[in-house]
Design a binder for this molecule. Structure first.
Ligand SMILES: Nc1nc2c(c(=O)[nH]1)N[C@H]1C(S)=C(S)[C@@H](COP(=O)(O)O)O[C@H]1N2
Ligand SMILES: [Mo]
Length: 521
């Protein structure tokens, strides 16, 4: 009895595994989104805003495989239930399978960027075909797992009687598992290999602008480099599979409230005047002292030039950026024309934009947090009114206006370190959106008191641009004891970074970064 329940459960799991494999294969062939990924996308898009933004940030890149794995396991568990139910309450198992298929079909259809009606149909067809094949497999497996009529009368010699059943079951089970794994692998292979982003990146010949010289860096172990290398640049986005954009078919469209809507190819974009700008990009959910911030040399076309070509109509108060994966941003039109160098960027630190950072093109807007501005895998810039549209994160509870707040971070010494008495360099980085950093001050206090310790002026690295962070360092003559070190920056307007602590939501964290350090001989 127990054995049979297990067998039926396993049969159901295998049947659904086969269904998922087939769905993956069809998705690979048709270019649709596989249902497991689609369900994951749906969960990310419909979770309360603060949860996703925080979860994405806390778990970094690991949360996405974990989410896909969870969705897969839950689906397989539904299969197990279907297998057991199909024997005990016959139509119930089928019904569960059908529901899994329909849910997968709807989600995949909704999540697949709707290029055409056929595309949407194909996306739905994968899960349905998968469940149909899975259902056939389940019938065979259940039949093979059913003791033949002889078994009932053969209690005397159970061994000889059961062996053929068991063999048949194991054979079918292995075949189902094999077919599932094979179709899954082939499907992933096809979908993953469709566009070779690395090869395309290498084929891009960036227009010849002399790279901006980067003078006056402070070199110190543990201090963030002035320019963040691409592999170390933080990454935040809502996609489960990094979009692989094909340069040949990619177009950037400028639409909405413009005199002359534009559609330009990648070559046309690169043929426009290029400029390189050093801009610090920060995520709104960066905690005080956090590392969701980086500074890079961005190469691209001036957003203002592009918009001037299209001719912005009066009354177009919002610029909306849309990506190939339907992510959206929105920011005031005046931001593009107030003199700050907002870019449609295709180069990052002398290379074509890396895939995870938005290949082939993205927006980079000095002074604005990424979620309202920095659209990766950019495909459309729409001019509209401020009231007409709320971008991706706005209904999820994040502020619609989101200038980067002045922040500073202590990189060395790290929190909790013990250092030797004597000269101890205290160093880090400070940024203030597009307002430049004019000063950084550090305060070192004994843990037990010392409330009015003075703020010490830090030495700053050269200013690379008003939009870039600066490194800072203070030489501390450390005596034995326990200390709290704090830092605060002043922006180019003379406004001192507030010490008032505020959470990242809804419009960026504030407060001073502090580290605890022990000095011991
Ligand atoms: N297409 C797309 N672009 C996006 C996002 C996204 O989820 N999808 N996330 C934004 C957010 S919240 C930030 S902070 C920046 C991060 O850019 P990076 O990953 O290159 O550091 O990209 C922005 N652009
Ligand atoms: Mo972000």
């Amino acid at each position: 009895m127990h054995v049979r329940v297990y067998r039926d459960g396993i049969s159901g799991v295998l049947a659904v595994a086969l269904a998922l494999g087939i769905a993956e294969l069809v998705a690979g062939l048709s270019g649709a989104v596989a249902p497991v990924i689609a369900v994951g996308d749906l969960l990310i898009d419909h979770a309360p805003g603060w949860t996703t933004h925080l979860v994405i940030d806390i778990l970094g890149k690991k949360d996405k495989p974990a989410l896909v794995l969870t969705v897969t396991l839950v689906t397989l568990a539904a299969g197990g239930a279907a297998g057991i139910l199909e024997r005990s309450r016959p139509p119930a198992g089928r019904t569960v399978l059908a529901l899994v298929g329909i849910a997968g079909a709807i989600t995949a259809a909704v999540d697949t960027p709707a290029a055409s009606f056929q595309g949407t149909l194909l996306a739905a067809a994968g899960p349905l075909a998968g469940v149909f094949v899975g259902w056939q497999a389940l019938r065979l497996l259940l039949r093979a797992g059913t003791p033949g009529p002889a078994t009932a009368t053969a209690e005397a010699q159970p061994m000889t009687r059961r062996v053929p059943d068991r063999r048949a079951f194991l054979g079918f089970a292995a075949a189902t598992a094999g077919a599932s794994a094979a179709s899954f692998a082939v499907g992933r292979r096809i979908s993953g290999g469709a566009v070779d982003v690395e090869a395309q990146r290498e084929s891009v010949a960036l227009p010849g602008t002399a790279p901006t010289p980067v003078p006056g860096a402070i070199a110190l172990d543990g201090l963030s480099p002035l320019i963040t290398p691409n592999p170390d640049f933080y990454r935040i986005d809502t996609t489960l599979i990094t979009p692989r954009v094909d340069l040949k078919t990619w177009r950037l469209r400028v639409t909405g409230m413009v005199e002359r809507p534009l559609t330009i190819t990648f070559d046309e974009l690169m043929a426009m005047p290029a400029r390189e700008e050093i801009i610090t990009l920060s995520c709104v959910s960066n905690e005080v002292g956090g590392d969701l911030v980086g500074n890079a040399r961005w190469l691209g076309t001036s957003l203002a030039d592009l918009l001037t070509q299209a001719g912005v109509k009066p009354g177009a108060t919002q610029i909306v950026g849309r990506s190939v994966d339907n992510f959206t941003v929105g920011f005031p039109t005046e931001v593009a024309f107030d003199g700050r160098p907002a870019l449609v960027a295709y180069g990052m630190n002398g290379e074509a934009l890396p895939g995870p950072h938005g290949f082939p093109a993205r927006l980079v807007v000095p002074g604005l947090y990424g979620y309202v501005s920095a659209t990766k895998w950019l495909t459309e810039i729409e001019l509209t009114t401020w009231e007409a549209f709320d971008a991706y994160w706005i209904p999820r509870g994040w502020s619609k206006r989101a200038p980067i707040k002045t922040q500073s971070r202590i990189d060395v010494p790290r929190e909790g370190r013990t250092v030797k008495p004597g000269h101890v360099p205290v160093a880090g980085v400070a940024w203030a959106g597009n307002r430049s950093v004019s000063a950084v001050e550090v305060r070192v206090r004994r843990r037990d008191g010392d409330a009015d310790a003075p703020w010490l002026r830090a030495r700053l690295s050269d200013s690379l641009s008003t939009n870039a962070w600066r490194q800072w360092v203070v030489e501390w003559d450390a005596e034995p004891g326990d200390y709290v070190i704090e830092v605060r920056a002043t922006d180019g307007r003379g406004d001192v970074q507030t010490g008032q602590a505020q959470r990242p939501d809804p419009d960026g964290a504030t407060g001073w970064h502090r580290v605890n350090v022990r000095v011991r001989a």
